[in-house]
Design a protein around this ligand. Structure first.
Ligand SMILES: [Zn+2]
Length: 448
């Protein structure tokens, strides 16, 4: 397998187009090819068939409501567990919600359906999470009786989670991958808050969270844009976690655009576009859509790297709408509006990233930039990570105004002197293994 991957962008004076060399890990390529539009369609049809999946809906009816829906997801995970050689295990993690006079009007049992694909390396405690929300809402978040199909928001994200679990559970990864469909998103991100708080308390080594919410429809209302070749990834700018504590450092080093969720977003773009054809991953440099939230937010608030993956063009005649026809317009989040080819590609972006991250060695340790004296070149140095087998490292370079890394330079050493001034460029270092799977990048800190 020859899978060394290399993108060489010239830093200055490049025309709008330049050649890239793409080498894919054959195992990841095969898994991405296995993603099936038909499977995704069958999952969404099954979820819609529960009538409503509102968090406050019935939990005792075997055919309708959130209780039946989460049992169905658990059933799918248990089915996949059989082919995993005992590595995949699933359960419903529950907590009791108290009335809050807002979106919860009665004591309610919330359940996240969690499937864990245990890593094969006993020394590797890293965890990668893919999340979607199983619950949904009509026009009112507390209306639990009427039909709420929620095909796109967020059966689409859950379908991606389930399909990744189906395919990935047949493969071995050194690190652990958690597939989760949460509830309580529409009640205030409650399922995700419950899970991220547990992770924080129990010191889980979560390296990345991919939150998928609304990712299966290709067109917008009002502007009528139709496009199934772009998907958005939202990532926070200034980290929400310990902002006060780290603010001076961020200001001093000009790191406003280099938090770990932003690094994850850039990574998702590179790896997503490496493995999925006819897709552009569009980075949006804000935590979420304007004044709105999602399930990655409780994670970033607790200091984890987390991003939101969402379709390019949202359609507000379908989101959070009672199913009805008004002035000739069909409202409601109906299954017939899902573009399964688009959802297949968006699922591929998730799978490729989860696989590449969990196959990669851990990030390099103690990445430093020498600052003892003023120089026009830049010396970076670091240590070999303790987890995973490293073939070498990529040193990433970009101009301060560039949104993306522009150069990616391989070295087998643990230091590199670059003929670029640290005043004018940003740098980072990734670990990479024999099959070309690279870790998330680490931005160097001043080394004295
Ligand atoms: Zn949603």
């Amino acid at each position: 397998m020859k899978q060394i991957f290399f993108i060489a962008f010239l830093i200055a004076g490049i025309p709008s187009f330049c050649q890239t060399t793409i080498q894919r890990d054959a195992e990841i390529e095969k898994m991405v090819k296995e993603i099936s539009s038909d499977s995704l369609k069958s999952y969404i049809k099954s979820m819609v068939a529960f009538g409503t999946r509102n968090t406050l809906s019935t939990q005792t009816n075997p055919k309708r409501g959130i209780g039946a829906a989460r049992n169905w997801v658990l059933g799918k995970f248990n089915e996949f567990a059989k082919q995993s050689g005992g590595r995949l295990s699933a359960f419903i993690d529950t907590t009791t919600l108290q009335p809050d006079k807002r979106r919860i009007d009665t004591v309610t049992l919330l359940g996240n359906v969690v499937a864990t694909l245990k890593g094969t390396d006993p020394n590797d405690n890293r965890i990668f999470i893919i999340s979607g929300h199983l619950d949904n809402m009509r026009s009112s978040p507390t209306e639990r009786m009427g039909d709420a199909p929620g095909a796109n928001d967020d059966a689409s994200g859950c379908a991606a989670v389930i399909e990744c679990a189906r395919i990935m559970s047949k493969h071995n990864f050194p690190a652990t991958i958690i597939f989760v469909t949460v509830s309580g998103e529409e009640q205030g991100l409650l399922g995700s808050a419950f899970m991220s708080e547990k992770a924080k308390k129990e010191n889980w080594n979560i390296v990345a969270v991919l939150n998928n919410d609304i990712m299966g429809s290709n067109n917008s209302n009002e502007t009528n844009i139709i496009n199934n070749t772009k998907v958005r990834v939202f990532s926070e700018g200034i980290p929400a976690y310990e902002t006060e504590k780290v603010a001076a450092n961020i200001r001093n080093l000009g790191m406003e655009n280099d938090g770990k969720s932003r690094q994850l977003a850039r990574y998702v773009k590179e790896i997503g576009e490496r493995y999925v054809d006819n897709m552009e991953v569009v980075l949006i440099y804000r935590n979420d859509r304007f004044l709105r939230g999602g399930d990655h937010t409780p994670y970033v608030q607790r200091g984890f790297a987390a991003v939101r993956i969402t379709e390019m063009n949202e359609n507000y005649t379908r989101q959070h709408q009672d199913v009805r026809v008004e002035n000739g317009i069909q409202y409601g989040d109906l299954e017939e509006y899902i573009d399964y080819e688009y959802l297949r590609k968006n699922t591929g972006i998730n799978l490729a990233n989860l696989a590449n991250l969990s196959k990669a060695p851990a990030m390099p340790d103690s990445v430093k930039m020498e600052v003892k004296k003023l120089t026009n070149s830049t010396l970076l140095y670091w240590q070999t990570p303790k987890i995973g087998k490293v073939k070498g490292y990529y040193v990433l370079v970009r101009e301060t105004t560039s949104a993306f890394w522009q150069r990616k330079i391989f070295t087998a050493e643990t230091e590199m002197r670059l003929p670029y001034s640290k005043d004018n460029y940003f740098f980072a270092v990734q670990s990479v293994n024999e099959t070309g799977n690279e870790s998330l990048p680490v931005v160097p800190l001043p080394g004295r």
